[in-house]
Each structure stands twice: as structure tokens, then as C-alpha cells.
Design a protein around this ligand. Structure first.
Ligand code: BJ8
Length: 419
């Protein structure tokens, strides 16, 4: 890796602490990913991005900022990237999936809170994440209680704009969400000094739709038996989608899909169990469940999560010639995401049942980050519907630590034997 110390220093990072983090990642990545058999060559790009996660991409962000551009950090798939792109700013996803940041998060937050929130907070307060350090503004949202309140803390470090996400899907909620998108647009225009025009917005919508299409293509390929790509590699790609340059990312995913299309022609069948994971997001570098499952005789073929289908399903329509129409198109697409923070949230159960059939899964693992109440409560409905359709399900509630890995492995092993 090139020497990025000067850049990190200029970003006011805690270099000593950051060194500890940088030391752990390559080994963890090597053990988890590089030992897999028959990996497609197209994964080399994503290996490179991961190896350079705190280097090459950060350099691009810094170059953009030196030229007067802005970087916007977000934490949820409800934040419309199109607005950020249309104002010539760069959007980066900041959810954090490492145990490394938990300790610092717990210095300012209660311990009995979702690890994703503790980790993202720890990443900021410890000044060890160059993405956080590169952001000119953070965009929060009112999804769950923990996130809603954490913006007040983060705002002491970097300005935070909060989008009020409705938690029902009635007509008036769509109107309210349109209004929130307008307020967000004003904020981004003010930050960047760039006016968002209809043309610019359409271009950004198209760019994002192309990225969604590429990911959908990848997921469709996973419907093959066996899937030509592991769940681990697909998860890594989904995680990288949140911070990589969108044009390059789309191109690389499509190149990989070309290769996978060839691979399926010669694939020989396996007796691996096909698993769907549903539940809370898995932010980088959270590969815990996938690595446990795929070390056993199983392949994860689809994730109904925000680092999975919820990120790319449904495109934003480009129909319409006015700003009002495009904002409505965005509101419609984004508010149709089925996050458990909505009540009711029947759409998610329908999605899960549809995916179970489309991907022909043998069983479902319900992945719940500890203390995420909305997803934990929603398990009841999901489990009932899956049971009614004779689809086996296993609930795993966990955090980022490795302490329970052995226990999870035993439970997954028993589940795989049973299905
Ligand atoms: S759209 S899932 S990215 S809110 S932080 S809700 S895990 S307790 S991340 Fe999410 Fe947007 Fe919904 Fe997706 Fe639970 Fe933790 Fe809250 Fe979380």
C-alpha cells in the first residue's frame, strides 16, 4: 500500500490508533476471502478496493475537495444519492461494521445499543475513519430511536442534516417525504453552491439506475444452481457499492457479471444448501455470518437487507420534465423500501416470500443485530409467514464480536442438517 500517512494526518486522524485497525484488516480479509476456491477473476478489482479502502478512494475524495467539491456522508438507504450526485458532490456510506469501534462508541453511548450505531459513533469520536474525516456534512434520518438520537452527538463533530423519514406509507406520508427531499436538496445546493437542474438530476437518476441494474444482474446470476459467486463475495460488492465511484463500480460489476455468465455454462451442480439471509444490514467489514455459513456446506444466494436487495431493487423513474415530477419519482422509489421501521411493513414479508421462490432457497437465516428492536419484533410476522409456506427459518441475534461465533456455527450446522 502506498504511504498515506500525510493525508491521514491532514485529516486529523489518530494515526496510532488507526495503525492498529490497519494491521488487523488484511489478515482478516485474507482468511475470509482469499482462501475461497474458484473465485472469479473479476473479484480482483474488489480485492484491490478493500486493500485500498483507507487509501486510494480517500485520495479521490481529497482531490475532489481540493478542487472545491464536497463530500456527503450518509447512513441509510433512504437518503437519495441522486441529489448529492446532481450537485456534483460525492456520497459515501458511513455505516460501520467493525468491533474495533465499539469501545469508543460505548464511551458516549449506552452499552445496550445496536452495534452498528455504536461502531459508527466510535469511528467518528476516535478519529480513525478517513471517510468520516473527509465528510463536509453528515445526513442522518429518523429511522430507529438509536440513530435518531445519535445525530445530536455527531453534530458536535461534523454538521448533520437530518431527514425526517415517515414511518407509515399513507398518501400523506409520500407527500411529507417529497417535502423532506426538497429540504435536503436545498441543503445540498447551499453546501455545494451548485444549482440542481432537471437535466443534472435526470443524469444522476440514470447513473444510479445503471448501478442498481448492475447489482440486480449480479443477484439474478446468483439464482443459478449453484450460484457462480459466493455469498461472501456478493456481500463485499454490496458493501463497496456505498463508497466507490459509481461509474467505475457499475462497470466493474458488469465486467464481473460477463465472466459469471460464462461460468454458469460450465458449472457443475453441488449439494450445497441455498440460504437467504434477511434482516439488518451488514456494514463493512462485517462478514461474520456469511463466513460461518459458507464454511459449512451451504451458499448464501440472496440477502434481503440494506446491504442486499433493499439497496438496488426498484429504479427511480426518469419520466417527467419538471423538478416536481422527478422529486415525486424519487419519493415513490425510496419510500417503497421495506425497512422494519415502518408500520405496518407487509411489503417486507412479501419480498421475502418472493425471493425464497425466485432464488429457490432451502432455508432462511433471520439476521438481527443485538438491540435492533424493529427487526427483532418483526421476526414474529416473518417467521409465521415462512412457516405457513413450509420454509425453514433460523433466527440469529448477534453483534460484531467473535465471542459467539462458535455457538452460531453450532446452530447453523444443526439448521443445515435439518433442512
Ligand atoms: S432502511 S435497516 S439502513 S434504517 S441502526 S435500524 S440495525 S437498531 S440500519 Fe437501517 Fe435504513 Fe432501515 Fe436499512 Fe436496527 Fe441498528 Fe437502527 Fe439499523
Amino acid at each position: 500500500m502506498a504511504d498515506y500517512r500525510e493525508m491521514w494526518e491532514n485529516l486529523n486522524m489518530d494515526l496510532e490508533k488507526h495503525d492498529v485497525l490497519c494491521e488487523a484488516l488484511p489478515e482478516m480479509f485474507g482468511e475470509t476471502f482469499l482462501n475461497q476456491e474458484n473465485r472469479p477473476d473479476g473479484m480482483n478489482y474488489f480485492n484491490y478496493v478493500t486493500a485500498e479502502i483507507h487509501g486510494a478512494r480517500i485520495m479521490e475524495l481529497e482531490k475532489h475537495r481540493k478542487e472545491g467539491g464536497k463530500v456527503v456522508g450518509a447512513f441509510c438507504v433512504f437518503v437519495p444519492d441522486e441529489i448529492i450526485l446532481a450537485a456534483d458532490a460525492i456520497s459515501v456510506g458511513l455505516c460501520s461494521g467493525s468491533q474495533f469501534w465499539i469501545e469508543d462508541g460505548e464511551k458516549v453511548l449506552p452499552r445496550n445499543l445496536c452495534p452498528l450505531i455504536k461502531a459508527l459513533t466510535g469511528a467518528k469520536v476516535s478519529s480513525t475513519c478517513p471517510y468520516f474525516q473527509s465528510c463536509d456534512i453528515l445526513v442522518g434520518e429518523t429511522t430507529c430511536d438509536g440513530k435518531k438520537k445519535v445525530w445530536e452527538i455527531l453534530n458536535e463533530y461534523t454538521p448533520v442534516h437530518v431527514m425526517e423519514l415517515p414511518q407509515m406509507k399513507r398518501e400523506e406520508n409520500y407527500e411529507m417525504w417529497m417535502n423532506e427531499i426538497k429540504l435536503f436538496m436545498d441543503k445540498i445546493e447551499e453546501l455545494t453552491g451548485n444549482k440542481i437542474t432537471v437535466e443534472k438530476l435526470k443524469e444522476a437518476i440514470e447513473l444510479n439506475n445503471e448501478k442498481r441494474r448492475a447489482l440486480k444482474r449480479l443477484y439474478d446470476l446468483r439464482k443459478n444452481k449453484p450460484s457462480p459467486i459466493s455469498g461472501l463475495d456478493s456481500l463485499l460488492i454490496s458493501q463497496i457499492a456505498f463508497s466507490d465511484e459509481p461509474r467505475r463500480f457499475t462497470e466493474k460489476v458488469n465486467e464481473l457479471c460477463d465472466e459469471l455468465e460464462e461460468k454458469v455454462k460450465t458449472n457443475t451442480s453441488t449439494n450445497k444448501k441455498r440460504i437467504m439471509v434477511t434482516g439488518t444490514p451488514m456494514a463493512l467489514p462485517n462478514w461474520k455470518l456469511h463466513s460461518i455459513v459458507e464454511e459449512l456446506n451451504a451458499e448464501i444466494v440472496v440477502e434481503e437487507t440494506c446491504t442486499g436487495t433493499r439497496y438496488f431493487e426498484n429504479e427511480v423513474s426518469t419520466n417527467g420534465d419538471t423538478m416536481e415530477e422527478l422529486i415525486k419519482n424519487m419519493a415513490d422509489r425510496y419510500l417503497d423500501i421495506n425497512c422494519a421501521c415502518f408500520t405496518p411493513n407487509k411489503g417486507r414479508v412479501e419480498d421475502i416470500l418472493r425471493y425464497a421462490e425466485e432464488y429457490d432457497v432451502d432455508g432462511v437465516i433471520y439476521y438481527n443485530l443485538s438491540f435492533c428492536h424493529t427487526y427483532a419484533v418483526e421476526y414474529n410476522n416473518v417467521e409465521k409467514s415462512l412457516r405457513d409456506n413450509n420454509i425453514p427459518v433460523l433466527m440469529i441475534e448477534t453483534d460484531y464480536s467473535e465471542e459467539d461465533s462458535g455457538q452460531i456455527k453450532t446452530r447453523v450446522e444443526a439448521f443445515l442438517e435439518m433442512i
